[in-house]
Design a protein around this ligand. Sequence first.
Ligand SMILES: O=CCS(=O)(=O)O
Length: 192
Amino acid sequence: MSLGYCQSAPLRWFNNMSLKIIQIMSNDLRPSEQVYRGLKRAGIDLVASVPCVNLQELLCLLSSDPDIIHIPVTREEEGIGVCAGAYMGGMSPAIAMQNSGLGNSINALASLDMLYGIPLLMVISHRGTQGERLVGQIPMGRLTEPLLKTMGIPFFRPRPHEAEKAVEGAWSLALNEMRPVAVLLDIKFWGR
Ligand SMILES: O=CCS(=O)(=O)O
């Protein structure tokens, strides 16, 4: 539920139903579907997002789900603040972002989530990894894991068939440890 930038509702419904029939027949979920099902299994009910080309299908799935409040934001640190408020209001929040925004988020993650023990599920499109076409993505691509390690933020790097359980497990870990936990999804993950 959010500002729609996807297809009309009837077309979305038709596409979703077609996708589900194909998946049932082929027993083959697309990477974005895997992540989405993990969010649903985890009980995530609010997602703040800053778009990345690799997140577009997931963001459309979220926008079509009446049980998830999807809030597109302008900067990742804004999304971290929105999610912190949502958690304190009793919701189960996640942020969907690109790793380049991790650099924008360090202060909010450290001074809010880490300091006060606020759980956050971070679904991160990891650009600057093998197969990246934009040279500007390379530096943050290399810095992403060292930054997460330095901040004490655990992270998972699932393959597509592992994503559903990894997303659910990451939120469970975030709740247990009362801290942000990231799921890094590199370019190979999306099959691009
Ligand atoms: O951040 C880069 C823009 S895009 O490749 O995600 O469209």
